[in-house]
Design a protein around this ligand. Sequence first.
Ligand code: MLT
Length: 322
Amino acid sequence: MRTLLLAALLTVTGVAGAGAQTYPTKPITIVVPFAAGGPSDALARILGDRMKTTLGQSFIIENVTGAGGSIGVGRALRAAPDGYTISFGHLGTHVANQAIYPLQYDMLADLDPVVLLPSNPMVVVSRNTLPAKSLQELITWLRANQGKATAGTAGAGSGSHIAGVYLQNLIGLQFQFVPYRGTAPALTDLVAGQIDIIVDQASNSMQQIRTGNIRAYAITDRKRLAAAPEIPTVDEAGLPGFHMTLWNGLWVPKGTPKDVVSKLNAAVVEALADPAVKQRLTDLGLEIPERDQLTPEALGAWHKAEAAKWWPVIKAANVKPE
Ligand code: MLT
C-alpha cells in the first residue's frame, strides 16, 4: 500500500514537474482588455512577438473589451491556472476598477503577478481645429465650454478616464466623458474632430502628434519625453503637479505553477533587454522598469501598494461605472 501511494505521489509530482518543464506546448493567449490598435494592445503585441522566440510558442492577443477593461480581466482570471492565459493590464484595469465596478472577482486575491511592464506618462491632446495653442489657452477654452467640451476615454476606470477626472479636479471644470472600448477608437474620433480632447497615454498619441494630426499640450511628468522633447511638461505649461504615469503589468490566474510563472517572467525580462525591443518602446515614449523591479514579487508588492493608495481616492471621487 505504502509503495502504491509513493508511486502515485511520484507520478503526480513527476507529471506536474514534467508539465512545467515542458511548458509551453501550445500557443499562449494574452487577454488585452481594450480595443486592438491601442496602447495596451501595442505593448502586448511587441512583447508577445519577442517572447515567442524565447518560449518557442506563438502568442495570441485576444482583445476582450468593455466596462473600463473589467470584462477582459474577468475573462483572463477565470481561465485555467496553467500558464496558457495571461491577463494584461494597468493601474486602471487592475486597481481602479475594483473601486468602481461591482466586480465578481478580487484583483489581489484571484491573480498571481508575473511582471511589471513599461510605463508611460499621459499627454493632453486635442483635435487640431480646437482654438488653443497652449495648455493655458486650452484651459480657458474648456472654461468657456464648461459641460459641453468632450473628452474621449476608454471607459470608467481606464487610464484615460482616471487622468481626465484628475485634470477636471485640478482645474475645477467639468467636461463630458465619451467612453470608447479603447483609446484607439477614441483617437480616431479625435483626429476626425468628433471629440475635443483626450488625456491619453503618450505611446498611443505619439504617431498622430508626430504627423501633426492632433495637437499636444503637455506631458503629465516632471521631465520631458525623450521621444517628443518639444512637448512641455505640465509644470512648464503652467499646471504644476498634474503628474500621472500609467504602469502596466502581466498576471496569471491564481494557482498557476510557480515554474511556469518564472518561465513567463524570464521571457519578458529577455524581451525588455532586447535592443530592438527597447528601441521600439523608447520611440513610443515607454519607460522600462529597473531590473530589480522585474520580478513577480516586485509586481505583487507594487500592486498591493497602488491598491492601498488609489482605492480610497477613487472611492472618495465617487466615480460611477458606465
Ligand atoms: C487602451 O489600450 O485603450 C488603454 O489602455 C485605455 C486606457 O486605459 O486609457
